[in-house]
Design a protein around this ligand. Structure first.
Ligand SMILES: NC(=O)c1ccc[n+]([C@@H]2O[C@H](COP(=O)([O-])OP(=O)(O)OC[C@H]3O[C@@H](n4cnc5c(N)ncnc54)[C@H](OP(=O)(O)O)[C@@H]3O)[C@@H](O)[C@H]2O)c1
Length: 259
């Protein structure tokens, strides 16, 4: 089955998505790579097809546009590319005062991190359920575990991704389709630049590299685990955020983010 089906990875051109792409390629999965940077994707295609003897399709698309998921689904259907693993990885954050942020950028974030992810999951997991097999990996975040002042919108989008993924995984039990939410802590990628922020040394304690978090996410997806935390610090934040009063948790997070 694996030889005729594809793993679709969004945000495959950089960071965690690129590391996931290399792992799926090494696992002999055919790939559909999606991001805006077509040239980067074509270079990755050339390198990995040769190395692993797999088939890779490249689709350059801005997934923050309203109809992007539908267009992508129609394009893969028209080309006869059956997707049995979907990785909703593309996403970005925006650090700073909510009221001083660019509203258009925030809308794009909501579209990419939430709306496109919902539509992609609806369309592709629908096909997977018909086939009785499939896996969805959604990139949530440590930011999805607790409200985050100055990362207000981003944390809210990732809280959505985490809740949505866990509920859907439970709904889909016994259909052959699993949904995994991956919750990385701070990872050095292009993310900081895109979010206009800088990770302090305090925030990097126990941090995973993009390679490490991709490996954890790949393993969890293949096992059908519903949630995977990116290291002991994220696991600890998950426990502490349930034990401490929420107001105190927000104050601690604010201090850590401004350090
Ligand atoms: N890095 C962290 O600290 C961290 C922590 C927790 C969670 N995460 C999550 O992990 C995921 C991957 O982040 P990363 O750290 O790997 O970031 P990254 O290095 O900035 O990579 C983001 C990827 O998404 C693609 N992308 C961005 N906007 C897009 C758009 N409008 N349409 C299509 N593709 C788009 C980018 O490619 P193009 O620019 O070519 O489009 C790139 O391939 C995100 O969902 C992020 O929220 C990251």
């Amino acid at each position: 089955m694996k030889n005729h089906t594809y793993t679709l990875i969004t945000g495959a051109s950089n960071g965690i998505g690129y590391e996931l792409t290399k792992l799926f390629a090494a696992g002999k999965h055919n790939l559909i790579l999606v991001a805006r940077s077509e040239n980067k994707l074509l270079t990755i295609k050339e390198e990995l097809e040769l190395q692993h003897g797999i088939s890779i399709a490249v689709i350059a698309k801005d997934l923050s546009r309203e109809n992007a998921a539908q267009e992508l689904f129609e394009a893969t259907q028209a080309s006869g590319l059956a997707v049995d693993i979907l990785v909703n990885n593309a996403g970005f954050g925006d650090f700073g005062d909510f009221l001083d942020a660019d509203l258009a950028k925030l809308k794009n974030m909501l579209n990419l991190n939430v709306n496109t992810l919902i539509q992609m999951t609806y369309l592709y997991a629908g096909e997977m359920r018909k086939n009785g097999f499939g896996k969805v990996l959604n990139l949530a975040s440590l930011a999805g575990l607790t409200a985050m002042p100055y990362f207000t919108m981003y944390a809210a989008t990732k809280a959505f991704v985490l809740s949505f993924s866990q509920a859907l995984d439970e709904e889909l039990r016994r259909t052959g389709v699993c949904v995994t939410a991956l919750c990385p802590g701070p990872v050095v990628t292009g993310f900081e630049n895109a979010a206009n922020m800088h990770y302090s040394p305090l925030m990097m304690i126990g941090a995973y590299s993009a390679k490490q978090i991709a490996k954890a996410g790949y393993k969890a997806t293949m096992k059908g685990k519903s949630v995977q935390y990116g290291g002991w610090v994220v696991g600890l934040v998950n426990i502490v955020s349930r034990l401490l009063p929420r107001k105190l948790m927000r104050k601690i997070i604010k201090k850590a983010l401004l350090s």
